[in-house]
Design a protein around this ligand. Structure first.
Ligand SMILES: Cc1cc2nc3c(=O)[nH]c(=O)nc-3n(C[C@H](O)[C@H](O)[C@H](O)COP(=O)(O)OP(=O)(O)OC[C@H]3O[C@@H](n4cnc5c(N)ncnc54)[C@H](O)[C@@H]3O)c2cc1C
Ligand SMILES: *[C@@H]1O[C@H](CO)[C@@H](O)[C@H](O)[C@H]1NC(C)=O
Ligand SMILES: *[C@@H]1O[C@H](CO)[C@@H](O)[C@H](O)[C@H]1NC(C)=O
Ligand SMILES: *[C@@H]1O[C@H](CO)[C@@H](O)[C@H](O)[C@H]1NC(C)=O
Ligand SMILES: *[C@@H]1O[C@H](CO)[C@@H](O)[C@H](O)[C@H]1NC(C)=O
Length: 510
């Protein structure tokens, strides 16, 4: 076990009081209660989204309009809807599965796949988030344990650790870690008061007692003042940040080179407007995707549409058993000096200073998001319009850093970019991974949607989860293709409750 404690208050507060309050340190997801009445399916992605720093910095999105003109691919073995971290990770895992033989080739010896994207390449949440790739160290452990049991709680943390370290490894070993601005250097969670501190400690001890290995360093208010120029409690744990769109772009390009036996196409600006069954018995194509450019016939469909999933799958509408679109807001603003830790969260915000090159004269740019609660009910829930900003959230974000770091940030500095994006929230705060089912109570015998799969609904915390979830869902697609009537064993890092046929049958034994 490799954790160190430099906080006498840990012992003063005592374990019994600390353990009584399970709590989550989610980045964006702890900002307000999940209470929202929205049975309507999501709209398609909005046609004119705000411009994010990530998508609209010059040269940042070379694949923006890839495959948006010319002939549309008419059919494919695997059709992936959505080109964010989920959809492109799925293509990556598919290529590896084809190369290794886990995914059987057809008689032609080839497997065909197509990614369909409604707007520009990777212009959903992955192109519009805060850039944190932070696998939680222990935050939220108590709540997860209570809800899903110890094994599933530990697996959630293992999945995040696996996804984040794999993404970093791929970027490093492929030689594009610098090109995607990957920074490894830790994450600091701040706690404003004794009760926040007690909650964090409760999670910490619950995770330790469950046997989790934790690398965390606690800081007193005095330490935080001396070290970071702010006045709160803090806890530092490993974490990364990166330029998510650039990561996804490089991952897509790498995927094209994995195996000549996968024929992978990408069509941006091609929204899928409906999925309907094909009945012609002669064909192994089971589903027809309608787009304004024509139809695509598919053997298997993967919904990698996150907050928008219920547009094509209305059974995912509504907060109880579905995926609710929720709008988050982010801005990019200059600071006087560089903060010494690359990634932060707390006080309903998440922020990180962009890495600076030695040659750069400009003051460091900080990406900051959060403060959704100031929008008031319904807290930006049930909306898919990322073409507008919310004024109250913008005002709170403008004052956030000057209040938190007096001296390092000035009041009245206007951001250089400000944008919104759509997350996918779920009542259990976990994604849906697996075959699409008719409804929340259906089980694996439900074949109404056979051949359609989903990995979506990361509850504002998809960067360290989507890669691993995509791997598991691609494995299920490969199993079905190989003729298995049920999926093979899950990796030891994958939590059972994420499975579409498990999650709503409450309790860890389900
Ligand atoms: C403001 C904000 C801040 C965030 N901050 C963080 C953070 O700091 N750390 C973190 O871990 N997570 C964060 N998240 C969440 C994270 O970005 C998401 O969980 C993750 O990007 C989801 O990836 P995805 O590929 O599943 O979805 P997306 O990136 O949204 O991709 C889905 C894609 O599907 C496309 N699509 C949808 N419907 C259709 C259709 N019918 N036809 C064709 N295409 C379609 C969309 O256009 C979109 O490109 C944040 C999200 C937002 C919005
Ligand atoms: C840090 O401590 C000094 C000395 O006590 C104090 O003047 C200053 O206001 C503190 N800074 C913050 C951000 O709390
Ligand atoms: C612990 O995390 C810190 C970052 O917070 C990192 O610098 C250090 O190398 C880690 N130690 C171990 C043993 O992983
Ligand atoms: C502690 O801070 C949190 C915000 O992080 C706030 O919601 C809570 O009311 C505060 N508690 C006390 C006792 O001040
Ligand atoms: C849920 O789906 C199953 C399988 O299609 C069906 O038998 C059942 O009636 C559905 N239940 C509800 C409540 O719609």
């Amino acid at each position: 076990m490799s954790w160190s404690i430099v906080l006498p208050a840990l012992l003063q507060l005592g374990l019994s009081s600390a353990l009584s309050i399970p709590h989550s340190l989610d980045l964006d997801s702890n900002q307000s209660p999940f209470q929202f009445d929205a049975p309507n399916p999501a709209d398609l992605p909005h046609a004119n989204p705000t411009h994010s720093f990530w998508t609209h910095s010059p040269g940042a999105n070379p694949l923006a309009g890839e495959g948006s003109t010319g002939p549309l691919t008419g059919q494919a073995d695997v059709c992936i809807i959505g080109s964010g971290i989920t959809g492109v990770s799925a293509a990556y895992h598919l290529a590896n599965a084809v190369e290794s033989g886990v995914f059987p080739s057809t008689e032609s010896g080839k497997v065909s796949a197509v990614i369909l994207e409604a707007r520009d390449f990777c212009s959903g949440a992955t192109g519009r988030n805060g850039g944190n790739l932070t696998p939680y160290a222990f935050g939220g452990f108590g709540k997860l344990q209570e809800r899903f049991g110890t094994d599933a709680a530990l697996r959630q943390f293992a999945l995040e650790h696996y996804s984040a370290t794999e993404m970093a490894r791929i970027a490093r070993e492929s030689g594009w870690a610098d090109a995607v601005d990957l920074v490894e250097g830790g994450h600091v969670d701040i706690m404003l008061n004794d009760s926040d501190l007690a909650k964090a400690q409760a999670d910490f001890f619950a995770a330790i007692f469950a046997g989790k290995d934790i690398n965390a360093t606690w800081f007193s208010q005095e330490d935080m003042n001396a070290t970071y120029g702010t006045y709160n409690w803090g806890v530092r744990s490993p974490g990364y940040n990166l330029w998510p769109l650039k990561f996804v772009t490089q991952l897509y390009k790498s995927t094209l080179g994995i195996t000549p036996r996968l024929d992978l196409r990408l069509h941006t600006r091609t929204p899928v407007t409906a999925v309907s069954p094909l009945t012609a018995a002669a064909s192994n194509r089971r589903w027809r995707l309608a787009t304004p450019r024509g139809a695509v016939l598919c053997s298997t469909v993967l919904h990698a549409t996150n907050g928008y999933a219920s547009h094509l799958l209305p059974q995912f509408a509504g907060p109880e058993n579905g995926i609710t679109p929720v709008r988050g807001q982010v801005l990019a603003v200059r600071a006087e000096t560089q903060l010494p830790v690359p990634s932060w969260s707390g006080n309903e915000g998440y922020w990180f200073p962009r890495p600076q090159t030695a040659s750069e004269d400009a003051k460091p740019l900080v990406i900051l998001g959060g403060k959704r609660s100031v929008a008031g009910p319904p807290y930006e829930m049930g909306v898919t319009d990322d073409g507008v900003l919310t004024e109250s959230v913008g005002a709170a974000l403008r004052n956030f850093l000057p209040e938190m770091f007096p001296g390092l940030y000035k009041f009245g500095v206007e951001p250089e970019a400000e944008w919104t994006g759509i997350m996918g929230y779920t009542a259990l705060e976990i994604p849906f991974v697996g075959p699409v089912l008719s409804n929340a109570t259906a089980d694996l015998h439900d074949t109404t949607f056979k051949g359609q799969y989903i990995s979506a609904g990361y509850h504002g915390h998809g960067m360290p989860r989507a890669f691993g979830c995509a791997e598991v869902v691609v494995r299920m697609i490969a199993d079905e293709r190989a003729g298995w009537d049920s999926p093979s064993a899950l990796p030891e890092w994958f939590p059972q409750p994420f499975l579409t046929w498990v999650r709503d049958k409450k309790g860890p034994e389900a």
